[in-house]
Design a protein around this ligand. Structure first.
Ligand code: 5RP
Length: 264
């Protein structure tokens, strides 16, 4: 692995081998998502707890202070919206010149295995890897978003993750599943991070699945709505950080959540 690639990956994956990425990219197909109407305001109190931000170039330029931020994972796929026909019909949105100009530590791209656009999105990933590897920029593949999320079982997630890794993704983002999540991770030769999905009913549900996923081999999270749509985003971020980097159990995380919530 070349120096640049190693350096970028080590900005994202911390010395303990774990990571907490904060995604704020949802607007690229959802528009002004609830609690993310002003992304710059949303992230201000949360930056201290995360290891990287997952964001599009537009929000990065307009809302993120270049002098006071975290490593950037640039969302570089898109071209579809909630109002359109099929969210899976994505293309690559951002040139390598822009990726380098914005000093991205990595890029993220969605793949939609099993969709009508499986081949196109997988080739988007392969083509992006071809370009980014030349410049030492790691590619994170985002699997199973949108309609594909309905198929959230280990077989489907395992298939998506493995294919993304085979095509050259350096990190794969997927969803936790209750049964056999360890098989998803074991079948993927590159590190796996977990997304959160729509907001859960309780904080403990989030702590439980994140803890379980970490026990089963995930290296961390790329978790957005369950942080910034919480009534107590800072307490949520602090508690999740403790699970990821301090081996906190869900019970401990819940205690920390309550403590931080009452101090803020
Ligand atoms: C959506 C994404 C998000 O980064 C991903 O879904 C994680 O966010 P959340 O925890 O809110 O699901 O790729 O485009």
């Amino acid at each position: 692995m070349n120096w640049g690639m190693k350096n970028r990956l080590s900005q994202l994956i911390q010395p303990d081998g774990h990571c907490f990425f904060l995604p704020i990219d949802h607007g690229y197909f959802q528009g002004p998502t609830s609690c993310l109407e002003k992304p710059g305001e949303t992230i201000k109190p949360l930056l201290a707890y995360c290891d990287a931000l997952f964001v599009t170039r537009g929000v990065l330029r307009a809302c993120v202070d270049p002098a006071n931020t975290k490593p950037i994972i640039l969302r570089v796929s898109g071209g579809t919206s909630m109002a359109g026909k099929d969210l899976a019909n994505e293309g690559i949105t951002t040139s390598i010149q822009e990726i380098l100009r914005l000093n991205a530590a990595a890029v993220g791209i969605s793949v939609f295995v099993g969709s009508d656009y499986e081949k196109e999105t997988l080739l988007n990933l392969a083509n992006l890897v071809n370009v980014c590897e030349d410049y030492g920029v790691p590619v994170m593949a985002v699997t199973a978003v949108g309609k594909e999320l309905e198929k959230r079982d280990a077989r489907y997630l395992g298939l998506s993750c493995r294919i993304a890794a085979e095509l050259g993704a350096r990190v794969v983002k997927t969803y936790w599943c209750e049964k056999d999540f360890d098989k998803v991770v074991k079948g993927c030769p590159v590190p796996v991070v977990m997304a959160g999905g729509p907001k859960c009913e309780t904080e403990l549900e989030v702590f439980d699945f994140v803890y379980d996923g970490m026990q089963k081999g995930a290296i961390g999270i790329n978790l957005g709505r369950n942080v910034w749509q919480s009534a107590h985003p800072v307490a949520m971020a602090a508690a999740l950080r403790a699970i990821i980097h301090e081996k906190a159990t869900p019970k401990k995380a819940q205690e920390l959540f309550k403590e931080t919530k009452s101090n803020k």
